[in-house]
Design a protein. Structure first.
Length: 454
C-alpha cells in the first residue's frame, strides 16, 4: 500500500474539479481505506462526497467510512438516506456498526436498523446498543469462533470452518459449555498436536482472562497491556460468552481518551480539534478562561486588601509571580502523578493514604530546597531585607506543601466521585493555587513584617 503525496492530492483535486471520474477511480484503486480517509481530510465536504460515491467496492466504502474522523463521517452520513447507511452497516463488524449508529440522531437509528438486511446482525446491534459505550459491552463485537467443550477434534474443526467463512480475522477459538458459559480457549497448536483427542475440554486452556460487559474501558485497556493480549472474551453476569474485544478497538479508545484528557488538562471543556468551527472552539475554550478571569479578580481583591503593606515594602510585589508560578507548577506535578497512577492501575483509591504520605514527604523535601535557595538569593541580592527574605521563603515553603497535598487530593476525590480526574491537572489546580498561594504570601508577609526588622 502507498500513501498520498501532496502531488497526488493536487492531482485528485484537479480530477474532482474536472469531474473526471474514470481518472479519479484509477487513482484511488491501489490505496488502503485508511489512506483514502486521510485524503478526505484535505478535501471539503462536496469533494469528499463526490469521491466517496465513486468507490465501486461497497466493502471498501464501508471501511473508508469507519476510518474517517467522527466529524468527517457525520458530514458524509448527513447526505445519505437510511437505506444506504443500512447497506454499509451490513458490511461492518458489529462493534463498528454500533459505533456508527451511535453517531446518528436518535430518531434516525431505528429507521437505519430497519434497513439492515442481515436480521441476525441487526439483532446483535440492538443488543449491543443497550450497553454503555464506555464499558466492555459497548466496545465488544459478536464476531468470534466458539466450540462446545464436548466436541471431538474433527467436530471442532468442522464447526470452525463453518464459522470462519463469516469472519475477516480469527484471534482465538473460545470453548463454551452447553449453557454457553465460557470455559476456556483452544490454542491452534493443540489442533495440530492432538488431532484425535476425544473431547476439546481435555486440551483447552481453562479459565481464560475475560471481562464482564459492565467493565469500564479503562480497566479493559489495563488488562490488555498487562497480559499482552490481542483479543479478550466478554461474558455476562453469569459467565456466558457474549462477544470479544480486539486490540485495535482498545487502541482507538485509549487514543480518544488520551486526547480528551489532554484537552481537559489544557482547560478545554469539550472534545474539539483544529478543523472545528470558530464557534465550537470558542465554546469549548471560553469557560475555563472566564474562570481564570474570576481567579485573577479574586487575586486583585486580595492584593487590594493589603495595598498599604505592599506599598510600604514595594519589594514584596516582585516575588508575587514567583509564589503563584511555583504553587501552580507543584500542584500540576502532584496531580499529574496521581492521574497517571489512576489511569494505568498502579494507584487505587484503597491505597490513597499511602500516596498522600509519599507526596507529603516529597513536598517537605522540595519545600526545604526551594525556600532555602530563595532565602539565600534574597539575602545576597537584598542585604538586610530579613523580613522580606523570611516572608518569601516561609510563604514558598507553605505554598509548596499546600499545592502538593491539594494536587494529590483533588484527583483522588474526583475519582471517587466518578469524575474524570484529568480535570485536576488543568486550570482548576493552577487557579486555586494562585489564589491560595497569594493569600498565604500576603498574610505571611504582614505577620513577619511586624516581627522582624526590615
Amino acid at each position: 500500500m502507498k500513501e498520498f503525496s501532496t502531488e497526488n492530492i493536487e492531482q485528485i483535486e484537479h480530477y474532482i474539479d474536472e469531474q473526471d471520474s474514470s481518472a479519479a477511480i484509477r487513482e484511488l484503486r491501489d490505496y488502503h481505506p485508511a489512506d483514502i480517509a486521510e485524503l478526505f481530510r484535505h478535501l471539503n465536504v462536496r469533494q469528499a462526497e463526490w469521491l466517496f460515491n465513486l468507490i465501486d467496492d461497497n466493502e471498501k466504502k464501508a471501511d473508508v467510512l469507519m476510518e474517517l474522523d467522527e466529524e468527517d463521517r457525520k458530514k458524509l452520513l448527513e447526505n445519505m438516506d437510511p437505506e444506504q447507511i443500512g447497506a454499509f452497516i451490513d458490511l461492518l463488524d458489529t462493534d463498528d456498526a454500533v459505533d456508527l449508529i451511535q453517531e446518528l440522531d436518535k430518531e434516525d437509528r431505528e429507521e437505519v436498523i430497519q434497513h439492515i438486511d442481515d436480521m441476525e446482525q441487526a439483532g446483535d446491534i440492538v443488543d449491543l446498543l443497550q450497553y454503555d459505550e464506555d464499558t466492555a459491552g459497548g466496545l465488544m463485537g459478536t464476531e468470534l469462533i466458539e466450540v462446545n467443550e464436548n466436541m471431538s477434534m474433527p467436530e471442532c474443526i468442522a464447526a470452525m470452518r463453518r464459522q470462519a467463512e463469516e469472519l475477516d480475522d480469527i484471534y482465538y477459538v473460545y470453548v463454551v459449555d452447553d449453557d454457553q458459559r465460557l470455559k476456556g480457549v483452544l490454542p491452534l497448536k493443540k489442533m495440530v498436536t492432538h488431532p484425535s483427542v476425544s473431547r476439546i475440554k481435555h486440551v483447552m486452556e481453562s479459565n481464560p482472562i475475560n471481562v464482564r460487559t459492565d467493565t469500564p474501558i479503562e480497566d479493559v485497556a489495563i488488562d490488555f497491556e498487562k497480559y499482552d493480549l490481542v483479543a479478550m472474551p466478554v461474558v455476562d453476569s453469569i459467565g456466558r460468552l457474549v462477544g470479544q474485544i480486539t486490540v485495535d478497538d482498545v487502541m482507538d479508545e485509549v487514543r480518544e481518551q488520551s486526547e480528551r484528557d489532554y484537552q481537559l488538562a489544557s482547560g478545554i471543556s469539550s472534545d474539539v480539534d483544529a478543523a472545528d468551527s470558530v464557534w465550537e472552539q470558542t465554546k469549548a475554550r471560553l469557560p475555563w478562561l472566564l474562570i481564570g478571569v474570576v481567579g485573577g479578580i479574586v487575586n486583585s481583591l486580595i492584593l487590594g486588601g493589603f495595598e498599604a503593606q505592599i506599598a510600604a515594602v514595594a519589594v514584596l510585589a516582585i516575588f508575587i509571580p514567583l509564589i503563584g508560578g511555583t504553587g501552580g507548577n507543584v500542584g500540576v506535578q502532584a496531580s499529574a502523578i496521581v492521574v497517571q497512577g489512576l489511569a494505568n492501575g498502579r494507584l487505587e483509591l484503597k491505597n490513597a493514604w499511602g500516596q498522600i504520605g509519599r507526596e507529603v514527604v516529597v513536598a517537605l523535601l522540595n519545600a526545604i530546597v526551594i525556600s532555602g535557595a530563595v532565602l539565600v538569593y534574597i539575602l545576597l541580592t537584598q542585604p538586610h531585607k530579613y523580613a522580606v527574605a523570611a516572608a518569601v521563603a516561609a510563604s514558598l515553603f507553605c505554598v509548596v506543601i499546600f499545592a502538593t497535598v491539594f494536587g494529590t487530593l483533588v484527583p483522588l476525590t474526583l475519582e471517587r466521585l466518578k469524575i474524570n480526574p484529568a480535570l485536576a491537572t488543568g486550570p482548576f489546580i493552577q487557579i486555586t493555587n494562585d489564589v491560595v498561594g497569594l493569600m498565604i504570601y500576603v498574610s505571611m508577609a504582614t505577620w513577619l513584617l511586624r516581627l522582624l526588622p526590615m
